[in-house]
Design a protein around this ligand. Structure first.
Ligand SMILES: Nc1ncnc2c1ncn2[C@@H]1O[C@H](COP(=O)(O)OP(=O)(O)OP(=O)(O)O)[C@@H](O)[C@H]1O
Ligand SMILES: [Mg+2]
Length: 222
Protein backbone atom coordinates (compact mmCIF):
# COMPACT_ATOMS: atom_id res chain seq x y z
CA UNK A 1 0.00 0.00 0.00
CA UNK A 2 1.23 3.52 -0.77
CA UNK A 3 2.34 5.29 2.39
CA UNK A 4 3.20 8.48 0.52
CA UNK A 5 1.67 9.65 -2.72
CA UNK A 6 2.59 12.77 -4.64
CA UNK A 7 0.76 14.17 -7.63
CA UNK A 8 1.99 17.01 -9.83
CA UNK A 9 3.98 18.74 -7.13
CA UNK A 10 5.45 22.10 -8.11
CA UNK A 11 7.69 24.29 -6.01
CA UNK A 12 9.05 27.74 -6.78
CA UNK A 13 11.55 29.84 -4.87
CA UNK A 14 11.56 33.58 -5.31
CA UNK A 15 15.06 35.01 -5.56
CA UNK A 16 15.14 38.75 -5.95
CA UNK A 17 13.01 39.48 -9.00
CA UNK A 18 13.21 35.88 -10.29
CA UNK A 19 10.72 33.11 -9.66
CA UNK A 20 12.71 29.89 -9.96
CA UNK A 21 10.84 26.70 -10.81
CA UNK A 22 12.62 24.23 -8.50
CA UNK A 23 10.41 21.11 -8.60
CA UNK A 24 8.52 20.42 -11.81
CA UNK A 25 5.40 18.25 -11.84
CA UNK A 26 6.75 15.62 -9.49
CA UNK A 27 4.54 12.54 -9.33
CA UNK A 28 5.70 9.60 -7.22
CA UNK A 29 4.52 6.88 -4.92
CA UNK A 30 6.29 5.27 -1.97
CA UNK A 31 5.09 1.99 -0.49
CA UNK A 32 5.38 0.92 3.11
CA UNK A 33 8.79 -0.74 3.56
CA UNK A 34 10.36 0.92 0.51
CA UNK A 35 13.96 2.10 0.66
CA UNK A 36 13.84 4.87 -1.94
CA UNK A 37 17.06 6.48 -3.14
CA UNK A 38 17.01 9.96 -4.67
CA UNK A 39 20.12 10.93 -6.60
CA UNK A 40 20.95 13.92 -8.78
CA UNK A 41 23.44 16.75 -9.33
CA UNK A 42 23.98 19.52 -6.82
CA UNK A 43 21.20 22.07 -7.08
CA UNK A 44 18.78 19.68 -8.80
CA UNK A 45 16.26 20.05 -5.95
CA UNK A 46 16.83 16.92 -3.83
CA UNK A 47 16.77 18.67 -0.46
CA UNK A 48 13.84 20.82 -1.51
CA UNK A 49 11.94 17.67 -2.52
CA UNK A 50 12.66 16.04 0.85
CA UNK A 51 11.51 19.17 2.67
CA UNK A 52 8.31 19.35 0.61
CA UNK A 53 7.53 15.64 1.14
CA UNK A 54 7.98 16.02 4.86
CA UNK A 55 6.05 19.29 5.04
CA UNK A 56 9.07 21.26 6.27
CA UNK A 57 8.46 23.38 3.16
CA UNK A 58 5.16 24.44 1.64
CA UNK A 59 4.39 23.51 -1.94
CA UNK A 60 2.96 25.79 -4.63
CA UNK A 61 0.63 23.26 -6.17
CA UNK A 62 0.01 19.54 -6.35
CA UNK A 63 -1.03 16.99 -3.78
CA UNK A 64 0.76 15.03 -1.08
CA UNK A 65 -1.00 12.20 0.74
CA UNK A 66 0.31 10.35 3.76
CA UNK A 67 -1.46 7.06 4.47
CA UNK A 68 -4.20 8.15 2.09
CA UNK A 69 -4.77 11.47 3.85
CA UNK A 70 -4.18 14.66 1.90
CA UNK A 71 -1.82 16.77 4.01
CA UNK A 72 -1.86 19.95 1.90
CA UNK A 73 -4.59 21.72 3.71
CA UNK A 74 -3.71 20.94 7.31
CA UNK A 75 -3.23 23.80 9.76
CA UNK A 76 0.31 24.62 10.94
CA UNK A 77 -0.24 22.95 14.30
CA UNK A 78 -1.58 19.75 12.71
CA UNK A 79 1.39 19.69 10.34
CA UNK A 80 3.80 20.02 13.29
CA UNK A 81 2.02 17.21 15.09
CA UNK A 82 2.15 15.04 11.99
CA UNK A 83 5.90 15.63 11.67
CA UNK A 84 6.61 14.92 15.32
CA UNK A 85 4.55 11.76 15.41
CA UNK A 86 5.01 10.23 12.00
CA UNK A 87 8.16 11.53 10.33
CA UNK A 88 11.82 11.24 11.27
CA UNK A 89 14.79 13.14 9.83
CA UNK A 90 18.53 12.76 9.62
CA UNK A 91 20.79 15.33 8.02
CA UNK A 92 24.32 15.53 6.65
CA UNK A 93 25.56 17.58 9.61
CA UNK A 94 23.63 15.66 12.32
CA UNK A 95 22.07 18.86 13.79
CA UNK A 96 22.44 17.74 17.41
CA UNK A 97 22.01 20.33 20.15
CA UNK A 98 25.61 20.97 21.30
CA UNK A 99 24.98 21.69 24.97
CA UNK A 100 22.83 18.58 25.53
CA UNK A 101 24.26 15.08 26.04
CA UNK A 102 23.56 12.32 23.54
CA UNK A 103 20.83 11.01 25.83
CA UNK A 104 19.27 14.46 26.31
CA UNK A 105 19.26 15.07 22.56
CA UNK A 106 17.13 11.97 22.04
CA UNK A 107 15.01 12.66 25.12
CA UNK A 108 14.24 16.18 23.89
CA UNK A 109 12.64 14.80 20.71
CA UNK A 110 10.55 12.46 22.83
CA UNK A 111 9.44 15.23 25.22
CA UNK A 112 8.54 17.57 22.35
CA UNK A 113 6.12 14.89 21.14
CA UNK A 114 4.57 14.77 24.61
CA UNK A 115 6.32 11.59 25.73
CA UNK A 116 9.19 10.56 27.97
CA UNK A 117 9.82 7.06 26.85
CA UNK A 118 12.98 5.94 28.68
CA UNK A 119 12.65 2.29 27.69
CA UNK A 120 12.38 3.23 24.04
CA UNK A 121 15.43 5.52 24.30
CA UNK A 122 17.51 2.78 25.94
CA UNK A 123 16.43 0.33 23.26
CA UNK A 124 17.45 2.79 20.54
CA UNK A 125 20.86 3.50 22.07
CA UNK A 126 21.48 -0.27 22.01
CA UNK A 127 20.21 -0.52 18.43
CA UNK A 128 22.58 2.18 17.14
CA UNK A 129 25.46 0.77 19.23
CA UNK A 130 25.84 3.86 21.43
CA UNK A 131 24.75 2.65 24.90
CA UNK A 132 28.15 3.48 26.38
CA UNK A 133 28.09 7.05 25.09
CA UNK A 134 24.79 8.30 26.49
CA UNK A 135 26.40 10.96 28.64
CA UNK A 136 28.83 12.29 26.05
CA UNK A 137 28.31 15.70 24.46
CA UNK A 138 28.20 15.87 20.64
CA UNK A 139 31.67 17.48 20.38
CA UNK A 140 33.12 14.50 22.28
CA UNK A 141 31.84 12.08 19.63
CA UNK A 142 33.08 11.28 16.11
CA UNK A 143 30.94 12.20 13.10
CA UNK A 144 29.77 8.60 12.70
CA UNK A 145 28.79 8.45 16.37
CA UNK A 146 26.93 11.75 16.16
CA UNK A 147 25.01 10.44 13.16
CA UNK A 148 24.05 7.32 15.16
CA UNK A 149 22.65 9.57 17.88
CA UNK A 150 20.80 11.58 15.23
CA UNK A 151 19.31 8.31 13.93
CA UNK A 152 18.20 7.36 17.47
CA UNK A 153 16.63 10.82 17.80
CA UNK A 154 14.85 10.44 14.45
CA UNK A 155 13.39 7.09 15.52
CA UNK A 156 12.35 7.92 19.08
CA UNK A 157 8.74 8.66 18.19
CA UNK A 158 8.47 5.56 15.96
CA UNK A 159 8.06 7.41 12.65
CA UNK A 160 6.24 5.92 9.66
CA UNK A 161 8.88 7.36 7.31
CA UNK A 162 12.54 8.19 7.87
CA UNK A 163 13.90 10.99 5.65
CA UNK A 164 17.68 11.09 5.27
CA UNK A 165 19.40 13.96 3.44
CA UNK A 166 22.93 12.84 2.59
CA UNK A 167 23.40 11.19 5.98
CA UNK A 168 26.86 9.92 5.02
CA UNK A 169 27.97 13.06 3.15
CA UNK A 170 30.25 14.17 5.94
CA UNK A 171 31.68 10.76 6.85
CA UNK A 172 34.61 8.72 5.53
CA UNK A 173 33.81 5.63 3.46
CA UNK A 174 33.97 3.16 6.35
CA UNK A 175 31.75 5.21 8.67
CA UNK A 176 29.42 5.97 5.78
CA UNK A 177 28.98 2.28 5.05
CA UNK A 178 28.29 1.58 8.72
CA UNK A 179 25.47 4.14 8.69
CA UNK A 180 24.08 2.67 5.45
CA UNK A 181 24.22 -0.83 6.99
CA UNK A 182 22.29 0.49 9.99
CA UNK A 183 19.64 2.03 7.73
CA UNK A 184 19.42 -1.26 5.83
CA UNK A 185 18.88 -3.14 9.09
CA UNK A 186 16.07 -0.75 10.10
CA UNK A 187 14.47 -1.16 6.70
CA UNK A 188 14.71 -4.97 6.68
CA UNK A 189 14.07 -5.77 10.35
CA UNK A 190 11.50 -3.11 11.21
CA UNK A 191 10.06 -2.62 7.72
CA UNK A 192 10.84 1.08 8.17
CA UNK A 193 10.13 3.16 5.07
CA UNK A 194 13.22 5.20 4.19
CA UNK A 195 13.65 8.04 1.69
CA UNK A 196 17.34 8.70 1.18
CA UNK A 197 19.06 11.51 -0.72
CA UNK A 198 22.62 10.67 -1.65
CA UNK A 199 25.42 11.74 -3.98
CA UNK A 200 26.97 8.29 -3.76
CA UNK A 201 25.77 5.98 -6.54
CA UNK A 202 27.24 2.97 -4.71
CA UNK A 203 24.61 3.40 -2.03
CA UNK A 204 21.75 2.94 -4.49
CA UNK A 205 22.32 -0.80 -4.14
CA UNK A 206 20.69 -0.52 -0.72
CA UNK A 207 17.52 0.84 -2.30
CA UNK A 208 14.66 -1.07 -3.87
CA UNK A 209 13.67 2.01 -5.91
CA UNK A 210 15.69 4.92 -7.20
CA UNK A 211 14.76 8.30 -8.57
CA UNK A 212 17.08 10.43 -10.64
CA UNK A 213 16.31 14.12 -10.18
CA UNK A 214 17.76 16.49 -12.75
CA UNK A 215 16.90 20.17 -12.80
CA UNK A 216 13.76 19.53 -10.75
CA UNK A 217 12.45 16.69 -12.92
CA UNK A 218 12.54 12.91 -12.64
CA UNK A 219 14.61 11.15 -15.29
CA UNK A 220 14.79 7.36 -15.89
CA UNK A 221 13.16 6.16 -12.71
CA UNK A 222 13.75 2.53 -11.81
N1 LIG B 1 15.35 28.77 0.67
C1 LIG B 1 15.66 28.95 -0.63
N2 LIG B 1 15.41 30.12 -1.25
C2 LIG B 1 15.70 30.28 -2.56
N3 LIG B 1 16.25 29.33 -3.34
C3 LIG B 1 16.53 28.15 -2.77
C4 LIG B 1 16.26 27.89 -1.38
N4 LIG B 1 16.64 26.61 -1.11
C5 LIG B 1 17.14 26.12 -2.25
N5 LIG B 1 17.07 27.02 -3.25
C6 LIG B 1 17.49 26.80 -4.64
O1 LIG B 1 16.78 25.66 -5.12
C7 LIG B 1 17.60 24.85 -5.96
C8 LIG B 1 17.62 23.45 -5.43
O2 LIG B 1 18.29 23.42 -4.18
P1 LIG B 1 18.42 22.11 -3.31
O3 LIG B 1 19.12 22.50 -2.05
O4 LIG B 1 17.10 21.47 -3.19
O5 LIG B 1 19.36 21.21 -4.23
P2 LIG B 1 20.09 19.84 -3.91
O6 LIG B 1 19.80 18.93 -5.05
O7 LIG B 1 19.72 19.37 -2.54
O8 LIG B 1 21.63 20.25 -3.95
P3 LIG B 1 22.88 19.65 -3.12
O9 LIG B 1 23.18 18.33 -3.78
O10 LIG B 1 23.96 20.65 -3.33
O11 LIG B 1 22.48 19.51 -1.69
C9 LIG B 1 18.97 25.53 -5.99
O12 LIG B 1 19.03 26.30 -7.15
C10 LIG B 1 18.95 26.41 -4.76
O13 LIG B 1 19.75 27.55 -4.96
MG1 LIG C 1 20.79 19.06 -0.78
Amino acid sequence: MAILEVKNLNKYYIQGKYKNHILKNITMSVNEGDFLGIIGPSGSGKTTLLYCLSSLETIDNGEISLDGQNINNLTDSLVSELRQKHLGFIFQFYNLVPNLTAYENVLLASVIAGKNDEDKINELFALVGMSEYRDYYPNELSGGMQQRIAIARALVNTPRILFADEPTGNLDQKKGKEIMDLLEKLNKDENLTIILVTHNEDYLKYCNKTINLIDGEFIDNK
